[in-house]
Write a protein that binds this ligand. Structure first.
Ligand SMILES: C[S@@+](CC[C@H](N)C(=O)[O-])C[C@H]1O[C@@H](n2cnc3c(N)ncnc32)[C@H](O)[C@@H]1O
Length: 327
């Protein structure tokens, strides 16, 4: 399937990589089409956003996606990709907006779906490219700004958006872009992982893990706050905006899928240790390192040398929240 994009130079419709109207060629560098060269993080002026060039692979370390036999394991994201293929077929175009490390895009492409993984961060897309390993010619990795998508009106069957909307200061502009590129009957989809009931013992284990995690995180942030740390967050009401542009979503849950996750502490602390949090953008690396040293030292004293091995317990399914554009 050939898909149309917009030329970033003259905005004519193009089939990659050439614009027949102005002769511009969209640069393809290490499997990523560069539709824009804007900075990864923009915190001044109009239309601010937090791209993840400073976070990269530390957002979700490789280990999350490979099991002990080095088999790919995309969990909820794989199940959601399969569910989209089952529910909407594979002869569709999906835009994964704020695609990050390709966690949603790769399972969609595995299903044979033409998938555009768009992200402002070349670093995130480079990991997505590494994980995709050149296996899918219908997976397009595109460095694009969600504020100004280089996609024609009414061109996408589905836009998948997971955990990107809180990283922009004008989410209403992104909603308008999503509505613009969706076909008349197109859908916005968000992945969900509804929790399942736990036994008393499992709940206790999870509670203890959450307390330890909260305690260590508090120490980390207290240290930062005592050293002129400036948090970078955009306040917004996602629900109100969604209700403005879309009908009430309907939820479709995958049959027979249950995941148990016990490594919450290790996983979240890896992000603290490496400063892989969107709110830490303006904090010098040396200060992040010092905050981690402080929190880690206290945690060893309080919970023992092997505190990283403290297990949580969560159990959840997988599904889609499917939004239809309001008429
Ligand atoms: C929290 S990550 C989520 C990644 C992925 N959707 C997932 O579920 O794993 C958010 C991503 O949004 C990207 N992002 C932030 N602002 C953006 C913008 N204006 N345009 C495109 N991507 C953006 C970041 O670079 C980051 O990769």
């Amino acid at each position: 399937m050939e898909h149309n994009f917009l030329c970033p130079n003259c905005r004519s419709k193009i089939v990659l990589p050439f614009c027949l109207a102005c002769g511009h060629q969209v640069p393809l560098v290490n499997s990523i089409y560069h539709f824009c060269d804007a900075e990864s993080v923009k915190l001044e002026g109009e239309k601010q956003y937090i791209g993840y060039d400073h976070i990269g692979e530390n957002f979700e370390p490789e280990i999350t996606y490979w099991d002990a036999n080095h088999t790919e394991r995309y969990g909820v994201y794989a199940v959601c990709g399969d569910l989209i293929a089952k529910r909407f077929g594979t002869d569709i175009c999906v835009l994964d907006l704020g695609a990050g490390l390709g966690t949603a895009s790769i399972p969609l492409a595995k299903n044979g779906i033409y998938t555009i993984a768009a992200d402002i961060s070349a670093v995130m897309l480079a990991t997505a490219a590494k994980r995709a390993g050149g296996r899918f010619d219908h997976l397009i990795l595109a460095r694009m700004n969600a504020y100004d998508l280089m996609l024609p009106d009414n061109s996408m069957d589905i836009v998948v958006e997971n955990a990107m909307m809180h990283l922009v200061d004008k989410p209403e502009c992104i909603m308008q872009e999503i509505v613009r590129v969706l076909k008349p009957n197109g859908k916005l989809i968000r992945y969900v992982s509804p929790g399942m009931p736990l036994t008393e013992k499992e709940a206790e284990q999870n509670k203890y893990c959450s307390q330890v995690l909260a305690d260590i995180s508090d120490r980390y942030y207290q240290f930062l706050e005592a050293h002129q740390y400036r948090s970078t967050v955009f306040l917004q009401d996602d629900g109100r905006l969604l209700a403005e542009y879309f009908e009430q979503p309907y939820r479709e849950i995958a049959d027979g899928f249950t995941e148990i996750f016990t490594d919450k502490l290790k996983f979240r602390l890896h992000r603290l240790k490496t400063g892989a949090h969107s709110d830490l953008q303006c904090t010098p690396k040396a200060l992040l390192h010092a905050a981690w040293q402080h929190a880690d030292h206290d945690a060893r004293v309080k919970y023992g040398e092997n505190y990283m091995e403290i297990k949580g317990f969560s159990k959840y399914g997988a599904g889609l929240d499917i939004y239809i554009v309001k008429k």
